[in-house]
Design a protein around this ligand. Structure first.
Ligand code: ATP
Ligand code: MG
Length: 270
């Protein structure tokens, strides 16, 4: 049976400011969803809430995986339930190699009760596995020997994300791909990597304005966020329409949410 990530009437605040105002979404294993919406509509806030970031308070509603409520769980426990959030990983850890970091992350998931220094996936087995996955992704295996994020280019950071996904085999992957700072190499790595990894075992939520990403990974569902809620859901053609025409018509169709969107942005920027 396939798993279901279900977000129900989710309200999230940052400090005293309510940002998400009743978000509903259901992502099944195997489905690709795109989340779009203008700046400040709450897309990253949803991603952070899914990650359990401490600054994002769930004030009501729920997030569950197959009926197991995850709202109160820490990042490790969420990972064990099969959630993968690309951006939650540390930026730099001095002296740690890519392979070591991934070996720990994989061991945490496979041996949930392991204590530090114990229960690591055996080296030989791990090496074989990571080599196979890297070859399947057309990645140079030398990359595994690099120190984590030590001078990584945009493309290398994305290689790291994709390799982690390949090794952790999450049931649900949430990718918040900011548009600024994604060079063309990085976009290519993400779009090709995702296309190789996604399949019946993985549900994906891609947050992006990048047309290329969604061309390689055609979403079955496109959600439009405005003023902290999802105002429209369609298929891949909706993503295409938004790329071509922007959000003016969406704002016209949902004036109340549009006013909320403007207000939240103003509250934070003034
Ligand atoms: N940590 C924070 N502190 C203060 N305000 C925040 C914080 N995080 C988000 N917000 C506010 O919440 C609103 C939604 O922001 P969010 O980053 O979720 O939008 P977004 O849809 O991801 O936008 P973008 O397309 O620019 O990435 C904005 O008004 C933003 O300023
Ligand atoms: Mg964002």
């Amino acid at each position: 049976m396939s798993s279901l990530l279900k977000i129900t009437d989710l309200h999230v605040s940052v400090g005293e400011t309510p940002i998400l105002k009743g978000v509903n979404m259901e992502i099944r294993q195997g489905e690709v969803h795109a989340l779009m919406g203008p700046n400040g509509s709450g897309k990253s806030t949803l991603a952070y809430a899914l990650a359990g970031h401490p600054n994002y308070f769930v004030t009501s509603g729920s997030i569950d995986i197959d009926g197991v409520e995850i709202t109160e769980l820490g990042a490790d426990e969420r990972a064990r339930l099969g959630m993968f959030l690309a951006f939650q990983y540390p930026v730099v850890i001095p002296g740690v190699k890519v392979a070591d970091f991934i070996r720990h992350a994989v061991s945490n998931i496979r041996n949930p009760d392991r204590k530090e220094g114990e229960g690591l996936v055996p080296m030989r087995e791990f090496r074989r596995e990571i080599r196979e996955r890297m070859e399947a992704l057309n990645m140079d295996t030398e990359f595994a020997r690099r120190y984590l994020n030590d001078g990584f280019s945009g493309g290398e950071k994305k290689r790291m994300e994709i390799l982690q996904m390949a090794m952790l085999q999450p049931r649900f992957a949430i990718l918040d791909e900011t548009d600024s700072g994604l060079d063309s190499d990085a976009v290519r790595v993400v779009s090709e990597g995702l296309a190789r990894l996604s399949g019946p075992q993985m549900g994906v939520l891609i947050i992006t304005h990048h047309e290329r990403l969604l061309e390689f990974n055609r979403p079955q569902f496109t959600h439009v966020m405005l003023g902290g809620r999802i105002v429209e859901t369609g298929d891949a053609s909706l993503a295409h329409e938004l790329h071509a025409n922007g959000y003016a018509t969406v704002r016209e169709r949902h004036p109340e949410a549009a006013a909320d969107n403007a207000q939240t942005v103003a509250a934070v920027t003034t």
